[in-house]
Design a protein around this ligand. Structure first.
Ligand code: ADP
Ligand code: ADP
Length: 239
């Protein structure tokens, strides 16, 4: 049974910018999906509609049994807390150290008073350290986030998203600001961790080579429409 079902999703910005047109897709647990397409194809809009940063103009988004497009307030926040986000520009708190960035996820479920006093649950601290070790940052735990390289920052971003214990991970151009070597490490770790936890992961990329290397499924978008949906081995050259 799919974790996420999208039906007839459409988005129009302003009067006539049709960024998405009639998208219908099902996503299953454990899939590592890479969405590719040229700039302006609608990739960001697609991801932003799923977590409702952008409100869709039409269609349905059924996530974990809930109609996300209809939810507001507390119910929306509850469903969103099951969706981990990874950003192109990492969105870390630069003046704060690495472990606190991981613990203090933007969408975390920790009550405000606890995080203010640094009273993070013991299991969270333990898991944060384990995750940081997994991505090779065990020696940077108390470094300020703004002292890290871009690749290291994104690995912190991965740990933060995973600590939230999401069912779905969304990553919008996570490697667009990285050099090829760091990009490869970030994609490798994102892939390994999400496969290990059987998460559904949807990643926007404009690089076809990384999509072919890591995706279990590739979705090609052009001018707001799905033009390819299948295994990397079936990807044809004209995409
Ligand atoms: P991609 O991520 O593939 O580059 P986007 O989803 O950013 O594509 O953009 C799809 C289309 O929607 C483009 O024509 C873009 O200019 C337009 N668009 C994106 N965001 C907005 C916005 N906030 N307001 C108006 N138009 C937008
Ligand atoms: P990216 O491709 O990395 O999303 P963009 O420069 O396309 O970067 O978009 C930066 C911001 O501007 C985004 O928030 C996007 O939604 C918004 N945006 C993109 N295109 C338009 C547009 N035509 N009109 C208004 N806002 C836009």
């Amino acid at each position: 049974k799919p974790l996420l079902s999208i039906r007839n999703l459409g988005k129009i910005y302003g009067k006539d910018t049709r960024a998405l047109k009639g998208i219908s897709l099902d996503f299953y647990p454990g899939e590592f999906i890479v969405v590719i397409g040229p700039s302006g194809a609608g990739k960001s809009t697609f991801i932003r509609c799923i977590n409702r940063i952008v409100d869709p103009s039409e269609g349905a988004i059924i996530f974990d049994g809930q109609p996300l497009e209809k939810l507001t307030g507390r119910k929306l926040r509850k469903e969103r807390s099951k969706i981990g986000m990874i950003f192109q520009h990492y969105n870390l708190i630069g003046r704060t150290n690495v472990i606190k960035n991981v613990l203090h996820g933007q969408l975390s479920n920790i009550p405000l008073y606890r995080s203010l006093f640094g009273l993070y649950p013991y299991e969270d601290k333990k898991e944060a350290v384990e995750l940081l070790r997994k991505v090779g940052l065990q020696d940077q735990i108390y470094k300020r986030a703004d002292e890290l390289s871009g690749g290291q920052m994104q690995r912190v971003g991965i740990c933060r998203a995973i600590l939230q214990r999401p069912k779905l991970l969304l990553a919008d151009e996570p490697i667009a600001s990285l050099d090829p070597l760091s990009a490869n490490i970030v994609m490798q770790q994102l892939h390994t961790i999400s496969q290990e936890k059987r998460l559904t992961c949807i990643v926007n990329l404009h690089q076809v080579d990384y999509a072919k290397k890591f995706a279990t499924r590739i979705i090609g978008i052009k001018q707001g429409e799905v033009v390819f949906d299948g295994a990397p081995s079936h990807l044809t050259d004209e995409l």
